[in-house]
Ligand binder design. Structure first.
Ligand code: LUZ
Ligand code: MOS
Length: 764
């Protein structure tokens, strides 16, 4: 089934925040952000800005009626700065004016005096100074210390990944409208309507039931609006609360890039020990996460890094420690993969380093260590692994031996052009790692004409979740999909939602829809049985008709619904779903946190221009574990988008803050995201139907985040191409591998500079 939004999308009729018709008297906001990364506020002078014609009022922390606090995990984040600023762009004041242009112009007239304090941008410096967001955490399996002695080979090194700008096409924004009795209606471009509602209630000092957050869809989120949409909505609501006027704020792109957090960069140390036959015996990693100025979601991101530190491999002895380091940058946040990719990059680097020194392809080590059924993750859960199936299938169906031979031939025949190949197996855990978040609700109405309205906590952000919600209802009722509409996500209809995140939205909300629809079906069956004078047990709904004992009757869905209504049967249901069987004990760091895992293997090939350092990806060929996909078109879209986004992170997207904490890559002219020309020439996706039972909706495994991690293969394919040209090159494990870095490596005689010397130990 096609994405239900495709028709209005291509006609430009889909409604985003900026398309909502404005009410009379709407005012416009703009935030004044700190010009300094760290310091004490000595004086804030609003007078010139306040005098501007069209400026209605300028709000500061003094205008907050409730608590000046929007921290989600740790209460460390003010809505508006009080005495100190902690990053460039930290909101200090909120100007409200009769037009957006005036509001922006007024922010330029605000003067602030700041007594500067020391600025930290490097997570390792933060760790040395004990600037930690939360205490460090360690996951352990077996005993690494004794495993080193048994290892034939030991390698150590550093691996670093940079941040990533979400670059949702629709920037952050909100529109708040006053209703009677101090109710406020909030349109917000958020993945987490309840997060907006909950924090707004705290800041305004009013109960949640007065705040109606309504979301039609977002123009992209990618994690950037899981927590960080809240701030803008509350700024608008603060003004609406005081002025009793509608207030809109939709950020400019450069403002959005400057003021919002990104993927957490990591700088990590690794140590890997292998046996003579290439089994990974021990793995130790220390992760330094650049959290930015506040906790935001970083502690949860950190946890997911630990959960994914061994990727798709079984390692019997593991010690992984993670530090969440406070720096004077905008608070980094959720981004597709949520720390998982950062963790996986490090073990892939460790394997690549070992392979380099042993003079073998990394794939030999990768393949020998893939998870098998029953293998234990460092956090205690046992794998129901599809890793080997995916890998084997990829090797066979993509004729890898032939591919390798072709690449070797190409490389021997071409001097200034080289090809590289890399395998990237993935294993991604599905569930929010915070157990309580794994719940959802749905409200299903069957109207008397047989049409169906579905509301859930799911937020449509382009990922196609509404299409899946519709499919669930249409499938359970067995009616034509055109009879079902999915309504907006609204906190008055569906309460206490988890954000649309963690790849879990379709599973959690879909299961709730399924339960609601099944309950309604069970109420309809006796009605049909009575009309047809048969027993309930032989009644079935199929293709818009009632079937009795396997035979189609004349009784239509519409007739049945109307009859039920006349009999005063409830045609609506509100259902709740909570993922069964999951749990985690953080005091011992063991448990069963994930409903299931998603597996897959990608084979990436690249052609490198060794004169210029530029490259083109020839193909990404994937065998992916879908369980049984419920929508191949939507899922293919998620796969292709995720792969390209992952390649962007690994190869071209380069976030640069200077030592003063200023974002230098602050626009699309200085921050390069993949465009259509950087998409691999070929993306092959094989939908592997895997048989293990799973908790996914209709057994259709979560597909939002996992494919991003195939992009990591791009880094290693490039690295292999570089080494084909210059065998003594030792490119640092430092992503992104931009053309500049590639060029340096192509012509370097030694390892490219890395922040710490890379030690290599080999046992006799
Ligand atoms: N968000 C969250 C996430 O709050 N918890 C998670 O475990 C998670 N995982 C992936 C993406 N977003
Ligand atoms: Mo997310 S990184 O699933 O908001």
């Amino acid at each position: 089934m096609k994405n239900i939004d495709s028709y209005t999308h291509v006609r430009g009729e889909s409604i985003y925040l900026d398309d909502i018709p404005l009410q009379q008297g709407t005012l416009f906001g703009a935030a004044f952000g700190s010009p300094h990364a760290h310091g004490k506020i000595l004086h804030l002078d609003l007078s010139a800005a306040e005098k501007m014609e069209g400026v209605v009022r300028i709000f500061t922390h003094k205008d907050i009626p409730g608590r000046n606090q929007i921290g989600g995990i740790v209460p460390d984040e003010p809505l508006l700065a009080e005495d100190e600023v902690h990053f460039v762009g930290m909101p200090v004041a909120f100007v409200v004016a009769t037009s957006a242009d005036i509001a922006y112009a007024a922010t330029k007239k605000i003067k602030i005096d700041i007594d500067p304090l020391h600025i930290i941008t490097d997570p390792r410096e933060a760790r040395e100074k004990n600037e930690l967001i939360v205490p460090p955490r360690t996951f352990r399996l077996g005993d690494v210390d004794s495993a080193w002695a048994q290892s034939e080979y030991i390698f150590e090194g550093i691996a670093e990944t940079n941040g990533q700008e979400h670059l949702y096409i629709e920037t952050q924004g909100a529109y708040t409208i006053p209703l009677e009795n101090n109710f406020i209606k909030i349109y917000s471009s958020t993945q987490g309507p309840t997060a907006v509602q909950r924090h707004m209630a705290v800041v305004l000092g009013i109960p949640m039931h007065q705040l109606e957050v309504d979301v039609t869809r977002l123009g992209g989120g990618f994690g950037g609006k899981e927590d960080q949409a809240t701030l803008w909505a509350i700024l608008c609501a603060l003004a609406t609360f005081h002025l009793k006027k509608p207030v809109k704020y939709s950020l400019h792109r450069m403002e959005d890039m400057m003021m919002t957090g990104k993927r957490n960069p990591y700088s990590s140390d690794f140590k890997i020990g292998l046996s003579k036959d290439l089994k990974i015996l021990a793995y130790e990693a220390t992760f330094h996460q650049n959290a930015g100025a506040t906790a935001d979601l970083s502690p949860a991101v950190l946890e997911r890094t630990l959960f994914h530190c061994t990727n798709s491999y079984f390692v019997p002895n593991v010690k992984a420690t993670a530090y969440s380091c406070r720096t004077n940058l905008p608070s980094n946040t959720a981004f597709r993969g949520f720390g998982g990719p950062q963790g996986m990059f490090v073990i892939e680097s460790a394997i690549a380093k070992a392979a380099d020194h042993l003079g073998i392809p990394a794939s030999e080590i990768q393949q020998k260590n893939l998870l098998r059924n029953g293998d234990e993750f460092p956090y205690g859960q046992k794998a129901e692994s599809e890793a080997n199936e995916c890998w084997q299938e990829a090797v066979e169906m993509y004729e890898v031996e032939k591919l390798k031979a072709e690449i070797e031939k190409f490389n021997s025949e071409n001097k200034l052009s080289k090809k590289g190949l890399a395998f990237m197996p993935i294993c991604f855990g599905i569930s929010f790692t915070k157990i309580l978040m794994n719940q959802a609700r749905a409200l299903v109405h069957v109207y008397t004409d047989g049409s169906v309205g579905v509301s859930t906590g799911a937020v449509e952000m382009g990922q196609g979740v509404n299409t899946k919600m519709l499919q669930v209802a249409a499938t359970i009722f067995s009616i034509d999909p055109s009879k079902v509409k999915v309504h907006t996500t609204n906190t008055f209809r569906i309460s206490n939602t988890s954000p649309s995140a963690a790849s879990s939205t379709a599973d959690l909300n879909g299961k709730a829809v399924q339960i609601a629809c099944n309950t309604i079906v069970e109420r309809l069956k006796p009605v049909a049985a009575e009309i047809l004078k048969v027993s309930d047990s032989v009644i079935e709904l199929r293709d818009g008709f009632v079937w009795s004992d396997g035979t189609k009757t004349d009784l239509t869905w519409e007739q049945l619904v109307l009859s039920a209504y006349i009999k005063r049967i409830n045609l609506s249901e509100h259902a709740h779903y909570a993922t069964p069987g999951i749990g985690f004990d953080a005091s011992v760091e063991k448990g069963h946190p994930f409903a299931y895992h998603v597996y897959g293997t990608a084979i990436t090939t690249v052609t490198l221009d060794c004169l210029r350092g530029i490259y083109e990806f020839d193909a990404v060929k994937v065998v992916h574990d879908f369980g049984t996909t419920m929508n191949p078109i939507v899922d293919r879209g998620q796969m292709e988008g995720g792969i390209v986004q992952g390649i962007g992170w690994m190869t071209m997207e380069e976030i640069i803050y200077d030592k003063e904490g200023r974002l230098r890559s602050n626009a699309l002219s200085t921050y390069k995201v993949p465009d259509i020309y950087s998409v691999p020439k070929e993306i092959d996706i094989h939908f592997l139907e895997t048989k293990n039972d799973n908790l996914a909706i209709f057994r259709s495994k979560a597909v939002g985040e996992p494919p991003l991690m195939y992009g990591i293969g791009a880094f290693f394919a490039l690295r292999n191409a570089i080494k084909a040209f210059n065998p003594s090159a030792d490119p640092a494990f430092s992503a992104p591998m931009t053309p500049e870095k590639v060029l340096m490596s192509l012509y370097s005689k030694t390892a490219t500079p890395s922040p710490k010397p890379q030690l290599i130990k080999e046992h006799e």
